[in-house]
Ligand binder design. Structure first.
Ligand code: ATR
Length: 272
């Protein structure tokens, strides 16, 4: 039961009502016996500054930030972590006595999801997509690994070369070339979301690849399904969602919730 001491956390986005984060974080608060609740706040685009003012005024303890505010929120915060400063994007806000710190957990979430299937070591990584998610993942993985990013709009992939990645155009010739080169393939485009499309045709895949999709609707995308048929190890997008959530939770509370509990809560939210 909420009482006068209940801590308040939430998500801001537009839209926000379909989010699975409340189910995930409330399950974790309950399991760890923390007196806190997590709500979804649908914030209209002209009200972002006021919403952040409200976080300070009401003493909301922490936030997740989702589309379309991950970049726009930056100017309302007091400080940024190194990673969020480099990519200019925030998905987690920590309120430290009224000072709001911005962090990003998308990249580390993807790293932890991948590590379920493979030790990254010095493996070569091909990322498809240079949107918000692709950028965060490329920035994180390029710290220790060779990374190539292919994007439909090649300028956006090339703009990531400042992180030490190679950026190029997402076309068939480059897919053939870089899939041959890569040991890990990550889809960070929206191709395959709520559809049976794939950014890579099945016959281009080979069993030495570990394949991760960041899409989780459907949970088994066409890409993952065809990768499995080829004998590849695969990681679904729900694991990235779960680990970015775990990393946000750790920033807020210092505690690490159970990954299977978080995943179970999200699966329940998805109706599976
Ligand atoms: P997110 O925050 O999920 O990364 P986003 O920033 O809108 O969302 O990025 C969507 C990504 O999917 C981009 O890389 C986009 O390519 P462009 O930068 O060229 O727009 C990619 N994408 C979307 N539809 C695509 C399609 N039909 N074919 C190839 N790439 C596509």
């Amino acid at each position: 039961m909420a009482d006068a001491k209940t801590g308040l956390y939430g998500l801001i986005g537009f839209p926000a009502r379909h989010s699975l984060s409340p189910a995930m974080h409330n399950a974790a608060f309950k399991a760890l016996g923390i007196n806190a609740v997590y709500l979804a706040f649908e914030v209209h685009p002209d009200k972002l500054g006021e919403a952040i003012g409200g976080v300070r005024a009401l003493g909301i303890s922490g936030l997740n930030v989702t589309m379309p505010y991950k970049e726009a929120v930056v100017r309302f915060l007091n400080s940024l972590s190194g990673d969020s400063e480099e990519i200019g994007s925030v998905n987690t806000v920590v309120n430290r006595n009224g000072r709001l710190e911005g962090h990003t957990t998308d990249g580390i979430g993807a790293r932890r999801a991948l590590e379920r299937a493979v030790e990254l070591g010095d493996r070569r990584i091909l990322i498809l997509g240079a949107g918000g998610a692709g950028k965060a993942i490329a920035h994180e993985l390029a710290k220790d690994n060779e990374v190539v990013v292919l994007n439909r709009t090649p300028e956006k992939a090339r703009a990531l070369e400042r992180f030490g990645v190679t950026g190029d155009s997402l076309n068939r010739a480059n897919l053939v070339k870089y899939i041959e080169w890569a040991e890990i393939l990550i889809n960070a485009t929206s191709v395959g979301m709520n559809s049976w499309e794939t950014p890579v045709s099945g016959e281009m895949l080979n069993e030495k690849l570990v394949v991760m999709d960041i899409i989780y609707k459907p949970l088994k995308t066409r890409l993952l399904s065809e990768a499995e048929l080829r004998g590849c190890r695969t990681v679904d997008g729900l694991w990235m969602l779960v680990y970015q959530g775990i990393e946000s939770f750790r920033l807020w509370t210092g505690l690490e919730p159970d990954e299977n509990l978080m995943r179970g809560a999200v699966l329940e939210g998805l109706g599976q």
